[in-house]
Design a protein around this ligand. Structure first.
Ligand code: UDX
Length: 434
């Protein structure tokens, strides 16, 4: 089998390397020559645990190659995956499909024989149909079957998610496309991974529905956390008590500062827009988007209140900037709202993140960056934990207490034990727990 992956971004790289690991010949193509050059030299442009090793081993075995030449990459391919970006379109919240359509057209032009053109990028329902129209218009004489195969990769555990998925979703219109995709995922049959074979429209919608549902779930527990604080209850136990009901499930019930990342904010917005346009408004998703946005700003208010109503002139240490641990991704991270609001309120910020990625370009210039967690905490009046990297859990509260000048700790991820923190003398607050 030979596969072409169009786009060496997060999804394309992880999926390409994992297919190669399955024994498939994979060529990853990207227009960014510098990125391709770096990948050929074994340098991975993103931080994802295990990806460097997977790329190096499969590249050394000759199963994984990188190029800027799309026509060459498409030659002889059984399947071509589109894994290009679908950012939020400026102005209306829709997914911008420019890259998807351009890539589909180029693939069609380059196709020499039958192939399956698979959309892996997250695209609104109906995109597959539009891709099909492009392909028919450009190359009516070549047999190109269009398919949808959405990914459910979480940053930080993307390789495990690809290799041991809960399910594989395949949207097709032909037996041939189904056969090719099933063959590609054959190694997963050994671990009895369910395959949901369905229409292209349904596959496209499954992806959005799954992400939106998870975003709703997180927002629900965040609102319960607020209620717990008012009522004197503990959100951790509420989540556990709810989650043990098999119909609800325990995952994605961790209260926090609001969801961020490359998927949930963008996908909820795109789904809400599509639903509005098709006349079936997803009001629960619309409310989730608004509640999550508001929550990030409320987190800054919470810190200001914990500091006695003003942070003017105070030094605040920040632990964690990325939208979640084990990634260097800053997209839609809560820190991007919390920190500017604290700076605007007069705080001096000293931040630390183990993988700060593009944080410096995205945060106010006034932010100082420390080389370690304790370096950030040194002499600080208050500490705010925004992202739950494991290394923060390992810091002994006594040591933290000796390092900081002040006593205020706002733990926005419920990493520390409230009793232990208070015993140490901290004025400790967390989310949904007293
Ligand atoms: C998500 C989906 O999980 C994945 O299936 C999809 O393909 C892409 O989007 P990702 O964005 O990498 O993956 O991270 P995820 O672990 O889902 O977390 C998303 C956000 O929700 C993070 O900001 C995280 O901190 C937050 N979150 C998650 C919570 O606040 N509480 C939870 O219980 C779970």
């Amino acid at each position: 089998m030979k596969v072409t992956m169009v786009g060496a971004g997060y999804v394309g790289l992880v999926s390409g390397a994992c297919f190669a690991e399955f024994g498939v010949d994979v060529c990853v193509v990207d227009t960014d020559a510098a990125k391709v050059e770096a990948l050929r030299a074994g340098r991975i442009p993103i931080y994802e645990p295990g990806l460097d090793r997977l790329v190096a081993e499969n590249a050394a075995d000759g199963r994984l190659t990188f190029t800027t030449n799309l026509a060459e990459a498409v030659r002889g391919a059984d399947a071509v995956f589109l894994a290009v970006g679908t950012p939020t379109r400026r102005g209306d919240g829709h997914a911008d499909l420019t890259y998807v359509f351009a890539a589909a057209e180029q693939v069609a032009k380059a196709a020499e024989g039958p192939l399956v053109l698979v959309t892996k990028s997250t695209v609104p329902v109906g995109t597959g149909r539009q891709v099909k129209e492009i392909v028919r218009r450009v190359r009516p004489e070549v047999e190109i079957d269009v398919a949808s195969n959405p990914e459910f990769l979480r940053e930080g555990s993307a390789i495990g998610d690809f290799m041991r998925p809960d399910r594989v979703v395949i949207g097709v219109e032909s037996e041939r496309a189904l056969k090719v995709l099933k063959r590609l995922y054959r190694p997963l049959y050994l671990i009895e991974t369910p395959v949901v074979a369905t229409s292209i429209e349904t596959a496209e919608l499954i992806k959005y529905a799954a992400n939106a549902f998870l975003a709703v779930k997180i927002t629900f527990i965040n609102q319960m956390a607020d209620l717990c604080e008012k009522a004197g209850a503990n959100v951790h136990d509420v989540a556990r008590g709810m989650g043990l009901d098999g119909r609800i499930g325990r995952k994605f019930l961790h209260a926090g500062p609001g969801y961020g990342g490359s998927c949930f904010p963008k996908d909820t917005l795109a789904l809400a827009r599509t639903a509005q346009e098709l006349g079936a408004p997803a009001t629960i998703v619309e409310q989730t988007i608004a509640a999550n946005e508001a929550r990030k700003a409320q987190m800054a208010e919470r810190v200001i209140a914990a500091c006695g109503g003003s942070v003017a002139g105070k030094t605040i240490a920040i632990f964690g900037l990325t939208f979640k641990p084990e990634t260097d991704d800053m997209r839609d991270a809560p820190s991007l709202v919390i920190i500017p609001n604290l700076v605007a309120a007069g705080a001096r910020i000293r931040a630390y993140d183990p993988q700060p990625g593009h944080a410096r370009e995205m945060l106010p210039a006034a932010v100082h960056y420390a080389e370690s967690a304790l370096g950030a905490a040194e002499g600080a009046d208050a500490l705010v934990l925004i992202t739950e990297w494991n290394e923060f859990r390992a810091i002994a509260p006594e040591k933290l207490r000796r390092t900081m000048a002040g006593r205020v700790v706002c733990d926005l991820r419920n990493v520390w034990d409230p009793a232990a923190m208070r015993e140490c003398g901290f004025e400790y607050s967390s989310i949904g727990r007293l």
